[in-house]
Design a protein around this ligand. Sequence first.
Ligand SMILES: CNS(=O)(=O)c1ccc(CNC(=O)c2cnc(OC)c3c2cnn3-c2ccc(F)cc2)cc1
Length: 273
Amino acid sequence: PSPDQQPVNAPGLTCRLLCVLPSLLSSDCLTANIVKSHRETCQYRVEELQALRWKVFSREEVLAYQSKSVEEMWQRCAYRLTDSIQYVVEFAKRIDGFLELSQNDQIVLLKGGSLEVVLVRMCRSFNPDNGTVFFEGKYGGTEVFKSLGCNDLIASIFEFSQSLCALHLSEQEVALFTAVVLLNPERAWLQDKEKVARLHSHVDVAFKNTLQRSHRDTMLSKLSQKTLQLKSLCLLHIDRLRSFLELRPLLAHSLFPPLYHELFTDGPDAPLE
Ligand SMILES: CNS(=O)(=O)c1ccc(CNC(=O)c2cnc(OC)c3c2cnn3-c2ccc(F)cc2)cc1
């Protein structure tokens, strides 16, 4: 442009942009990578889950679930959770930087965070209007899980889903939030904690940029509470699973998928492939 069309103090502006541009670019690239990875590995799309909300278990179907044995109900849930966790493993592998971590640290992050990510994702399959969750093809309330014998855990999972639904997270926010939850540098037994912390901070910055752009900054404090609730939910799940197995020591190997066993019991290693 001719001199009189040159915007004022252009050099300063250009310099500032050029200085922050790389980090904004890399932040945007990372956001795009995480959103794409989530979209490719989210198991059910939120549109699919919402389109199925009308399919609610009948009274007879609920009674059928309630007459199942504790073992069968735990087995069904373990298989469903293991299905969902395998999609989370695939999500992690597609996040730029995750596969550059040592295999040990990849496994530590997945052991510590995969159920947390599943529980966040699962809020998309929760219908806050009637307090039902999608399970084995239809929607049902807490009464479907009665025969599990851990109503406190079920109630906590439903409450968590209800409160997360109230934040009306977009799929982009779910993607970024689950990546932040997964890449937690505070997980015990990490070998290269600093490397995980760098990756975590890049994702955290990308998430904050995204929230600021959509004027959703208030979300951050609410989400940090959610991460605390997630931690106690997962500890409660491990605790209820442990008491279930204590009464049936030999059953774990025959009842649960190897990956579930590897992630949630202190049993011997199983492949995470
Ligand atoms: C996570 N990805 S997704 O696409 O949003 C998605 C969403 C939903 C489903 C199918 N529903 C479930 O698998 C499911 C739903 N609700 C549960 O609990 C309320 C489940 C489920 C599996 N285990 N448990 C469970 C966990 C611990 C416990 F002590 C008792 C039950 C599949 C996939």
